[in-house]
Design a protein around this ligand. Sequence first.
Ligand SMILES: [Zn+2]
Length: 70
Amino acid sequence: MVKIAKQHDRVKYFKCEVCLKNIAIEYYFTVGDSIVCNDCNTEYVLHSKNPLELVRQEPDYSKLEYDDSY
Ligand SMILES: [Zn+2]
């Protein structure tokens, strides 16, 4: 008998903090890789694979100029 490889074990899922969709974390991703949510384009950086830990990258608002006129 041929054992069916549990391919799904090689992919983990991380729930996007913004749109709550599952982002597939492929086995070939390594710590430090950036992963972008397909649905909302939020960028995460993989901090740990076991346990799965992703840290959301905040957009660099310091580059934006705020209008404080009122
Ligand atoms: Zn998302």
